[in-house]
Design a protein around this ligand. Structure first.
Ligand code: DOR
Ligand code: ZN
Length: 350
């Protein structure tokens, strides 16, 4: 059946392979927004202070489970924040005990709460060697932080200067290049034959840099890596709808209260947890590839991580525009929801 005639789609329950849940009151407020549709998520460790050790990851996992409303099912897959002082044996033990699924690499200073990230990649080599040995993936924020590199070039330069040499040195390491934003990254991942995958966010499939900057500045579209020009967005859509198993969903849903976004130096992050599945259905429908949605949200990710896909399903139904709220209220203040700029006709109905 052509996509335009489809009004209902049942797929395996999706997972989110890159998610910020924060802590405390914010965690409590945003967790149900993800757990409503998603079975599992890779949880980012960039809290203040960051989640560095196995013990910190276990404690954070407990706080997430305690914040889960009664009757909701959700499995947080924890990550450890890689620092130059990370103990390889702590990583090994965290993986063996099922506490940590992956390790997160932030180049120091790349984004929100990344000051403890890596400056000298040789210093983390022993950790990477252990991870390669035990098959534990490294999730990478793929941007260089050099002030003399243009912010729109930081992903492409990271691939050449950091990622390629790193993968040569540790070829058996499984690497997820997260929230890719460029044709360069898509090409690099597509040309890699082993141990390499990428997540793509909801918002990078929908906005380009004009959405942020043309006709007035839109702080709620500001995130890192920053959205690039339209040709790059098109490359991301092609990768996502292709069914290629190396590309899968990582929303990077990153809540900040409006007061933190709307200031002289506003925070990077877009909150998409609530309406992601509606947004994605629209993107895949426009591309004429609705039947590939399941691969992107529910199959390719678990396959790369060596986990079984979910047995449970969700059903998306097409109808009148879905009235999502503009923002969710949290005890810390309102968090604005991603506005895709077009009506969303698909809703999760079961
Ligand atoms: O836009 C972003 N927000 N990018 C990141 O890498 C971090 C995230 C956050 O934690 O707010
Ligand atoms: Zn992120």
């Amino acid at each position: 059946m052509p996509d335009k005639d489809l009004t209902s789609l049942t797929i395996r329950r999706p997972d989110d392979w890159h998610l910020h849940l924060r802590d405390g009151a914010m965690l409590q407020a945003v967790l149900p927004e993800t757990a409503r549709h998603f079975a599992r998520a890779i949880i980012m460790p960039n809290l203040v202070p960051p989640v560095v050790t196995a013990a910190q990851a276990a404690a954070y996992r407990d706080r997430i489970m305690a914040a889960l409303p009664d009757g909701m099912r959700f499995t947080p897959l924890m990550t450890l924040y890689l620092t130059e002082a990370t103990d390889p044996e702590d990583v090994r033990a965290a993986h063996a005990a099922g506490i940590a699924t992956a390790v997160k690499l932030y180049p120091a200073g790349a984004t929100t709460n990344s000051a403890s990230g890596v400056r000298d990649f040789e210093k983390v080599r022993p950790v990477l060697d252990v991870m390669a040995e035990i098959g534990m993936p490294l999730c990478v924020h793929g941007e260089v932080t050099d002030h003399d590199i243009d912010i729109f070039d930081r992903e492409a330069v990271f691939i050449d200067k950091i990622l390629k040499p790193l993968r040569k040195k540790v070829p058996d390491l499984k690497v997820v290049m997260e929230h890719v934003t460029t044709q360069d990254a898509v090409d690099y991942v597509r040309d890699s034959h082993k141990n390499m995958a990428a997540t793509i966010t909801t918002h990078h499939l929908i906005i380009n840099r004009n959405h942020i900057l043309a006709g007035g500045i839109k702080p709620h579209f500001y995130c890192l890596p920053v959205a690039k020009r339209e040709a790059h967005r098109i490359a991301l859509v092609q990768a996502a709808v292709s069914g290629d198993k190396r590309f899968f969903l990582g929303t990077d849903s990153a809540p900040h209260v409006d007061a933190a976004k709307l200031q002289n130096c506003g925070c990077a992050g877009i909150f998409t947890a609530t309406n992601t599945m509606s947004c994605l259905a629209e993107v895949f429908e426009v591309a004429g590839q609705l039947k590939k949605l399941e691969a992107f949200t529910s199959i390719n990710g678990p396959m790369f991580y060596g986990l079984p896909p979910n047995e449970a399903t969700i059903t998306l139904t097409k109808g009148d525009p879905v009235p999502y709220p503009d923002r969710i209220d949290t005890p810390d203040g309102p968090v604005t929801m991603f506005d895709p700029g077009f009506d969303l006709h698909w809703r999760v109905t079961g």
